[in-house]
Design a protein around this ligand. Structure first.
Ligand SMILES: NC(=O)c1ccc[n+]([C@@H]2O[C@H](COP(=O)([O-])OP(=O)(O)OC[C@H]3O[C@@H](n4cnc5c(N)ncnc54)[C@H](OP(=O)(O)O)[C@@H]3O)[C@@H](O)[C@H]2O)c1
Length: 342
């Protein structure tokens, strides 16, 4: 079976996904009988291309690596905007990987809405649509017999959402805790090794972990939106990031980090959510964790989540030092699972 794929966003994630598609092309055909062509790519500042017979992905990746990507030069016809792109690209699956909008989830929600309405599967690594439109997009997907998938949006390619779609029938999720923001985890670790807060931020920026404006990570917004996403999808309590009690790591000084170290503890930005009667307590807060905690050993850019289920009181998943291909893998897994109905 041949699938036409359209990509909105061709940044770190979009490009890693394109590379992974090429690397797994033969295995996709051999194991699942799936072949594909990428019929469209849309960006904000690097042009938009639609090519019904398939874009030469290797060439486009080379141009992107050389910093010389002008997608409009590879388009079968001119496309004025990303909105026009999603309304007209001939595709079976839309992969939406534009930047997250914490406040509204837009314009990604609209891209995904249009894709589903046109009968495509909609796959995203973007947390915005998940917390702001999970129910609407899931219900729309159901109406058109397609899937809305988002595995990469929390803990990259680690199978968090798919875990709850099949292997845990009748298990009741009561809550979860973990480390869901890799940037702050790295900053705290760098401060443990003697760096100032500013030096740690500079290092994280130099390896592409922290953004130019790292406040979404440092102030706990990224962790809060992940708590909201997991609560909304897995616990079934719709939560916005603004409703998560949130404290970032600005108040944690290198001295505090060193003192904790000397007493055998580590500061971590800890995410928690727990069902209490009819309400849900959700928070992001720096905590000192003991050496006996599973959070203690989570270093660098790794993440961890531990679920509390009625039948499995402590089910933990570690994601060790992810890279762009880890996120790309979540998109690929979503693609395969959407096609085979998993
Ligand atoms: N990086 C990760 O490891 C990771 C992990 C999990 C989830 N995510 C999520 O994945 C998404 C993409 O992340 P990224 O690291 O690839 O970001 P990125 O490198 O900044 O790339 C974003 C891409 O989206 C395009 N874009 C910007 N505004 C757009 C708009 N309004 N409409 C359509 N396209 C637009 C950009 O085009 P130009 O380049 O032309 O401006 C660029 O191609 C984000 O939602 C992020 O939260 C990322």
């Amino acid at each position: 079976m041949h699938y036409k794929l359209a990509l909105v966003g061709f940044g770190n994630v979009g490009k890693a996904f394109a590379r992974l598609l090429l690397r797994k092309r033969e295995a996709l055909e051999r194991q699942f009988g799936l072949t594909f062509s990428v019929t469209g790519i849309a960006t904000a500042h690097h042009g938009i291309a639609i090519q019904p017979n398939g874009i030469a992905l290797e060439d486009i990746l080379k141009l992107a690596e050389q910093g010389d990507l002008h997608l409009e030069e590879h388009s079968a016809w001119p496309v004025n905007s990303v909105d026009d792109f999603v309304r007209s690209v001939p595709a079976d699956v839309l992969f939406e990987n534009s930047p997250v909008n914490h406040e509204s989830g837009q314009p990604a929600i609209e891209y995904l809405r249009v894709a589903l309405s046109r009968g495509m599967h909609a796959v995203t690594a973007n947390k915005g649509p998940l917390v702001h439109a999970y129910r609407e997009l899931t219900s729309l997907a159901g109406q058109v017999g397609k899937r809305f998938m988002f595995e990469s949006s929390v803990m990259d390619g680690a199978p968090i959402f798919s875990l709850f779609r099949g292997p845990l029938p009748l298990a009741e999720l009561r809550g979860f805790m973990g480390i869901l923001n890799s940037c702050t985890n790295l900053l705290l670790e760098r401060m443990e090794s003697g760096e100032s807060f500013e030096q740690a931020v500079q290092y994280a920026q130099s390896i592409g972990i922290a953004e130019t404006d790292p406040s979404a990570d440092i102030d706990g917004w990224d962790a809060a939106i992940k708590v909201a996403a997991l609560s909304t999808v897995l616990i079934g309590v719709a939560l916005l990031p603004q409703q998560v009690a949130r404290e970032g790591i600005r108040g944690i000084t290198p001295q505090m980090v060193q003192e904790a170290r000397q007493s055998g503890k580590r500061w971590k930005l800890v995410c928690r959510a727990r069902r209490e009667g009819n309400s849900l307590l959700a928070q992001v807060k720096p905590e000192q964790v003991e050496a006996t905690s599973p959070l203690y050993a989570i270093g660098g850019t790794s993440s961890y989540v531990q679920f509390e289920l009625d039948t499995l009181p402590g089910l933990g998943i570690v994601e060790g030092n992810p890279g762009p291909e880890t996120t790309a893998y979540g998109l690929l897994a979503d693609f395969i699972n959407a096609i085979r109905g998993a």
